[in-house]
Write a protein that binds this ligand. Sequence first.
Ligand code: FAD
Ligand code: FES
Ligand code: MG
Length: 284
Amino acid sequence: MANTILRKRRLIPGQTSELVIDAPHVAAKARPGNFVILRVCPTGERIPLTIADADADAGTITLVYLVLGKTTAHLDTLEEGEDILDLCGPLGQPTHIRPHDGRVLCVGGGTGIAAMHHIAKGHHLAGNRVTGIIGARTRDLLLFETELAAVCDTVLVATDDGSHGRKGLVTHLLEECLGDGEPAAEIVAVGPVPMMAAVAEVAGRCGVPCLVSLNSIMLDGIGMCGACRVSVGGETRFACVDGPEFDGGLVDFKELAQRLTAFRPMEQQSYAEYQKHHVCRCAN
Ligand code: FAD
Ligand code: FES
Ligand code: MG
């Protein structure tokens, strides 16, 4: 259980990378929608990352991360052949995948596109028709278009600046899909909170069930600490054990967005110190 990095691919230089990790015990049980919690060093924090793909035969899982702060920056220093200190998973409820008559619309934004890939693949393997709708600010920031093409019947792309695909937002493409006469059984959205809120709003207006994958702050990932609590349909739920997927029409996105900023000054200070010294405390 060394959690060795077998392959590392820089998807967006200096920003987003993909790791294929030797983790046979996790790979054997990983289902679409699951995530892991990992630690890079003994004094480091635990961070959740979605399992973007898993290969039980090869004993590997794929993670895709965006460098946002200290821990993802520290993770990004690891190269092929090095080990991730600990990796716990699979965690969370897997996506409920069942055969549908209508197509499934999988909407992804930013790093969420890689996370959504595993869900789209699950629907594809269940025999569902899958339309992937993905978006980024610009062409160079778009992830996993080729990987999605292998598991989707159609992939539609939107960029804010029109450098690739349609100029505009994924919600514009989603509205067009929902109006084209082909029935939609379900929408799944993974990405930034405002994107998921906008997708849930369109889905609600069109009367199509919509699942969103919530990225609330997590510590233990097993339902003990309460850090990941979210309000869904007026009830408190723990995203790590009850989710991370919930009915988008019932989620309090405003509260989720506020809670995600709760520790920002400390996170910024910690990242600034890490960048200044380029060492983690455990390396001293
Ligand atoms: P920091 O500077 O510490 O934090 C930057 C921002 O990230 C914070 O303001 C906060 O909004 C969020 N964050 C910080 N700590 C946590 C935490 N412990 N848990 C959740 N969010 C946190 N990111 C990816 O790039 N790829 C993924 O596949 C992915 N999957 C996720 C799956 C789940 C279930 C959840 C809850 C989050 C996922 N994230 C994913 C987000 C990722 O965990 C954060 O970006 C990461 O923890 C940031 O750590 P940091 O120290 O580098 O940045
Ligand atoms: Fe602790 Fe969910 S992360 S209860
Ligand atoms: Mg952090």
